[in-house]
Design a protein around this ligand. Structure first.
Ligand code: NAD
Ligand code: TYD
Length: 356
């Protein structure tokens, strides 16, 4: 297969590209604008492979997309390119509207135009796989309910509202134009190559630097964490095995309170990085409760029964094994960390945590 992957230089996209190049014989064209979140360094393991190509392209650029489709002639599109950080969507929603909604629209139109030029088996086998988030469902109250594929959409943040919009466009392009789509909604990912604006890498790197570990509000919010390589495997399965028009929730069955995640990282660091920065007795002493995120979702939790039953997918990592691997990866990849903590990253940290 020839697979056009958008956002392949990001956290999850790069895991998907690595998974496909290393475990299948498929070809990949990685289409990525390389925003602050895109790092070609995350693809070093595969970028010399002859089945891998890269194009620095904005998905909002329809003319460029048409050229890429014409030249590459993909059998499938996996659409991961997005603005993905909730806090950034609160301080500046415009890029989220542009990339997540307009960009998805342009990609859908380029795909539809290309798909209409196909015939026979190449046309019927074509897939447009839209990668989305469980945040489109809003949040859950209490500790019992789970998100199902049928849960009504109720997004809270500009990020989740823009992803919900893109999901609706994708479903409409299927129903109205017959574009053969599949759609997945996943819980919070963690693992190697995660940009350090997100909770888990931020806490690991701040702790190692002896900086405060900012916990929003009381830290009692719950997320359902999935190791990124488990997600990449699930996405490939859905793209290659799911029936057209199907939607799957993907989750790790690993619900954790934010404060417990932060404490678990501190405990792992005590063991794996015992030489602490000067003046720090225990990593946990760095925990600092800061002003809560506006509109903060309380709890996300996925019911992943459908993907287990239909496609026989279950996560391989528990939170315990995955978090240990993740902390060790950051300890072993200080070069990658230094490269992504560029000027732009420093500006974000100053703006976001000014009063922490
Ligand atoms: P990320 O922010 O790490 O990477 C996004 C990538 O998209 C970057 O490489 C960036 O350069 C690229 N990009 C952004 N705007 C672009 C544009 N206009 N044109 C082309 N490329 C552009 O994101 P991620 O965490 O890897 O998430 C990937 C996808 O998975 C997103 O669609 C996100 O909504 C979804 N998702 C993420 C999570 C999570 O926990 N991170 C969970 C569920 C779903
Ligand atoms: P994040 O990694 O931004 O993912 P999302 O908002 O998409 O779930 O945040 C995970 C949780 O951690 C979320 O409840 C917000 C919280 N959080 C903090 O408490 N402190 C921080 O500095 C960050 C970045 C997040």
């Amino acid at each position: 297969m020839k697979i056009l992957i958008t956002g392949g230089a990001g956290f999850i996209g790069s895991a998907v590209v690595r998974h496909i190049i290393q475990n299948t014989n498929n070809e990949v064209l990685n289409v990525d604008k390389l925003t602050y979140a895109g790092n070609l360094e995350s693809l070093k393991e595969v970028d010399q492979n002859e089945r891998y190509q890269f194009s620095q392209t904005d998905i909002c650029d329809r003319i460029a997309l048409d050229e890429l489709f014409k030249d590459f002639q993909p059998d499938a599109v996996m659409h991961l390119a997005a603005e993905s950080h909730v806090d950034r969507s609160i301080s500046g929603p415009a890029d989220f509207i542009e990339t997540n909604i307009i960009g998805t629209y342009q990609l859908l139109e380029a795909s539809r135009y290309y798909w209409n030029t196909l015939a026979g088996e190449k046309k019927s086998a074509f897939r447009f796989h839209h990668i989305s988030t469980d945040e489109v469902y809003g949040d859950l109250e209490g500790t019992e309910d789970l998100f199902l594929e049928t849960t009504p959409y109720a997004p809270s943040s500009p990020y989740s509202a823009s992803k919900a919009s893109s999901d609706h466009l994708v479903c409409a392009w299927h129903r109205t134009y017959g574009l053969p789509i599949v759609l997945t909604n996943c819980s919070n990912n963690y693992g190697p190559y995660h940009f350090p604006e997100k909770l888990i890498p931020l806490v690991i790197l701040n702790a190692l630097a002896g900086k405060s570990l900012p916990v929003y509000g009381n830290g009692a919010q719950i997320r359902d964490w999935l190791y990124v390589e488990d997600h990449a495997r699930a996405l490939y399965k859905v793209m290659t095995e799911a029936k057209v028009g199907e939607t799957y929730n993907i989750g790790g069955h690993n619900e954790q309170k934010n404060i417990d995640v932060v404490k678990s990282i501190c405990e792992l660091l005590e063991e794996l990085a015992p030489n602490k920065p000067e003046g720090i007795a225990q990593y946990q002493d760095l925990i600092t409760y800061v002003t809560d995120r506006p509109g903060h979702d309380l709890r996300y939790a996925i019911d992943a029964t459908k993907i287990k039953q239909d496609l026989n997918w279950v996560p391989e990592e528990t939170f315990k094994t995955g978090l240990r691997k993740t902390v060790q990866w950051y300890l072993d990849h200080q070069d990658w960390v230094r490269n992504v903590q560029s000027g732009e990253y420093q500006n974000w940290v100053i703006q976001q945590y000014a009063n922490a």
